[in-house]
Design a protein around this ligand. Structure first.
Ligand SMILES: NC(=O)C1=CN([C@@H]2O[C@H](COP(=O)(O)OP(=O)(O)OC[C@H]3O[C@@H](n4cnc5c(N)ncnc54)[C@H](OP(=O)(O)O)[C@@H]3O)[C@@H](O)[C@H]2O)C=CC1
Ligand SMILES: Nc1nc(=O)c2c([nH]1)NC[C@@H]1CN(c3ccc(C(=O)N[C@@H](CCC(=O)O)C(=O)O)cc3)C=[N+]21
Length: 284
């Protein structure tokens, strides 16, 4: 079997157009959607991601407030900065770029953003809502994963899904959403201590790879006809690699294109969530 590839570029473009028109409508109604982007330290990769997010926002008409804080900021000062953004009524969404320098406690920082402005969907209240029949804010990469599955008409209900990785941004929330009462899949979470990785993968209808371990999943681990989504990123020899070996395309029925990053979906879903929260505030 040769896999069909999800058309991430076409989906991304459609999402961009949709966001442009929603932002225009909001502005006509007198609300300027405004995203505060908080960057701590000067990690070059984080800086690149943040500048891409700014470009995306500018393209659709979302205002941006970029806040760059010193690498050596204390936890208390960072919390204070976030509180200030949270109280600023001109700001409709807040994103703190991860990872934070190791002396800072990410969980506490993410909890300081009120759930109504939490565009990453990483506040504990929003995370818990992923398990319910009506999730509030779905973290952007997970929202992208869900959207590509839906777009291809793939049904999750009752399916065996393996999620490789239990990270804060992708694997953890993906497992909560897909196993929850809105999507109703049977989910197995795999991590470094998992003993039977190959067996679990081989028994799965859908595989979500979010480990950041280059080509960990090879075609012998995948059932014929499985659906495989790879969002993992690593740079083992300087160039970007996914978690899934390209030859998996010979056995899968649907797969993310091996030569494309999933980043476009993550970025477009961030815009969508910023607009969702801005619209909700008007409705509230
Ligand atoms: N394309 C995109 O748009 C985006 C991509 N990403 C990428 O997605 C991946 C996941 O990110 P994030 O959710 O932050 O997770 P983390 O990078 O924080 O964690 C990775 C997870 O994968 C597990 N893992 C790593 N290697 C292996 C292995 N060899 N076998 C089994 N499990 C393994 C780890 O297990 P353990 O818990 O035991 O350590 C951990 O749970 C990363 O590669 C990241 O770069 C993230 C955001 C957006
Ligand atoms: N609070 C927070 N929220 C995040 O959503 C978040 C984060 N922190 N920290 C880092 C990860 C990673 N992430 C990506 C965003 C865009 C691309 C992306 O745009 N990739 C390029 C290609 C890859 C590249 O060139 O590196 C593209 O698709 O064009 C990738 C990955 C969001 N993350």
């Amino acid at each position: 079997m040769a896999a069909r590839f999800f058309d991430l570029d076409a989906l991304g473009l459609a999402l961009l157009e949709e966001s442009k028109s929603r932002a225009a409508t909001l502005r006509q109604q007198g609300t300027i959607p405004c995203l505060a982007l908080v960057e701590v330290g000067d990690d070059p990769q984080s800086a690149t991601y943040v500048s891409r997010k700014i470009e995306d926002c500018e393209k659709v008409g979302i205002a941006v407030r970029k806040i760059v804080l010193s690498e050596s900021i204390t936890q208390a000062d960072l919390l204070e900065q976030i509180l200030r953004l949270d109280e600023d009524s001109a700001i409709t969404g807040i994103l703190v770029q991860l990872p934070l320098p190791t002396h800072l406690e990410e969980g506490q920082v993410l909890q300081a953003i009120s759930a109504e402005k939490d565009v990453d969907g990483l506040h504990p209240v929003n995370l818990l809502s992923l398990t319910t029949s009506d999730p509030s804010v779905i973290p952007c990469t997970v929202r992208g994963i869900d959207a590509v599955l839906q777009q291809a008409g793939l049904v999750l209900e009752g399916a065996n899904v393996a999620v490789l990785g239990r990270g804060r941004l992708v694997g953890g929330p993906a497992a909560l959403l897909l196993s929850g009462k809105s999507r109703n899949a049977t989910v197995t979470i795999l991590h470094r201590k998992s003993r039977n990785l190959k067996n679990v993968l081989k028994n799965s209808d859908v595989i979500i790879a979010a480990a950041g371990s280059a080509h960990l999943i090879t075609s012998d681990m995948v059932r014929s006809g499985a659906v495989v989504i790879d969002v993992g990123m690593s740079w083992p020899e300087g160039s970007l690699q996914g978690d899934v070996h390209p030859a998996v395309a010979d056995v899968a029925s649907w797969m993310t294109p091996p030569d494309r990053s999933f980043g476009v979906m993550t970025r477009m879903m961030l815009l969508k969530t910023v607009l969702d929260l801005a619209e909700k505030r008007i409705a509230a």
